[in-house]
Design a protein around this ligand. Structure first.
Ligand SMILES: C[S@@+](CC[C@H](N)C(=O)[O-])C[C@H]1O[C@@H](n2cnc3c(N)ncnc32)[C@H](O)[C@@H]1O
Length: 331
């Protein structure tokens, strides 16, 4: 193809000139020949030595692991288009048919996303009291501890030992925006502290409870990392703490079982305080069942409730959503 040949010492100046003229051909590697450099051009350019030369094409870097992964054509349509990134770890949900290609998929993710150091597949649903998920190592380092950045805070955690979902970052920011300076917060199911440490930037005091000793270990580390000295970590069953605090705002981020802890939440909030309740609901009727339960518990305790906001947080399973209900407790 047509090329401009210039002495090496003029190369940078000429390259800029060719870009300015809009004639530098894209997608080709510049060639070096002894004391000369050859630039591929799209049309003749006056004032330069023109030659014919071959150039190697330089492909753009692939954006998705799906462009480089080697799997049989029949399973290719099953490749997930996204995966979670927690710190420098990737966690992907693979259908059964793709599990035997896990290593190839993991290697492809590492090749395309250089900041990722290890890839895991989800090995089942989040389960048990600690809400942990089994993980299957696919490629890269055999390490499950990482440092995740979210909403301006740093969170150290071990994805195999604690619950953490990066998909809740927007929801956490939403609660941060509602929080007012001077508030006392009670984070009933704090995990490694993504709500507690964030809200501590505005609140006066945050009580952060979790029953999983690993979660509280990382919570303590994250308090130090973020200098969130106004967070009080509490290890144990939240039932033992509830009622001993009087918070302006209570966070119930345990969607699977939050309905079982409504009594504790309402006893821990001051008159006029707000509870952020999470649950799961079917698409056709997201909130009714939860609302009924909230009203029933309030009635038992002789309290009133005022529903403030209801929203979908994220899809959870086919036609199921993780939902949030914010309500005020009137005592
Ligand atoms: C869904 S996770 C949420 C963690 C955290 N809020 C987050 O956003 O990453 C629920 C947490 O509740 C904790 N948990 C479950 N039952 C509990 C209980 N009875 N008392 C205190 N914590 C509990 C689990 O260990 C888990 O860390």
């Amino acid at each position: 193809m047509l090329a401009v040949r210039v002495p090496k010492w003029e190369a940078e100046k000429v390259r800029r000139k060719l870009i300015e003229l809009g004639v530098l051909a894209k997608g080709y590697a510049v060639r070096r020949e002894g004391e000369f450099v050859l630039f591929p051009v799209t049309e003749p350019v006056e004032g330069f030595e023109l030659v014919e030369a071959d150039f190697e094409r330089v492909g753009r870097r692939p954006h998705s692991y799906r462009e480089v992964v080697e799997v049989p054509d029949e399973v290719r349509p099953l490749l997930p288009s996204s995966f979670d990134v927690i710190g420098d770890l990737a966690i992907i949900e693979l259908p059964e048919e793709l599990m035997s290609y896990g290593k190839a998929i993991g290697d492809a993710i590492l090749r395309v996303h250089r900041h990722i150091k290890a890839v895991f597949a989800k090995g089942g649903r989040v389960s048990g009291e600690y809400r942990i998920r089994e993980l299957v190592h696919l490629a890269g380092e055999r390490r499950t501890e990482t440092l995740h950045r979210e909403n301006g805070i740093r969170l150290k955690l071990d994805v195999a030992r604690v619950y953490f979902s990066p998909r809740l970052a927007t929801e956490r920011m939403r609660i941060f925006e509602k929080t007012r300076p001077g508030e006392i917060i009670f984070d009933m199911f704090a995990g490694v502290g993504p709500y507690a440490v964030l809200l501590a930037k505005k609140a006066e005091l945050v009580f952060a409870c979790d029953i999983n000793p690993w979660a509280v270990r990382y919570l303590e580390e994250n308090i130090r990392l973020n200098k969130a000295d106004n967070v009080v970590p509490v290890l144990g069953d939240v039932r033992k703490v509830a009622g001993k605090v009087e918070a302006d705002r209570v966070i119930m981020n345990l969607p699977k079982f939050a309905d079982r802890f409504l009594r504790e939440a309402m006893l821990s909030v001051r008159d006029g305080g707000v509870v952020h309740y999470y649950g799961f609901g079917p698409e056709e009727d997201l909130f009714s069942e939860h609302e009924a339960r909230i009203k029933a518990v309030a009635r038992e305790l002789g309290f009133g409730v005022e529903f403030l906001e209801e929203r979908k947080v994220r899809p959870y399973a086919p036609r199921q959503f993780n939902i949030a209900i914010d309500f005020r407790v009137l005592k």
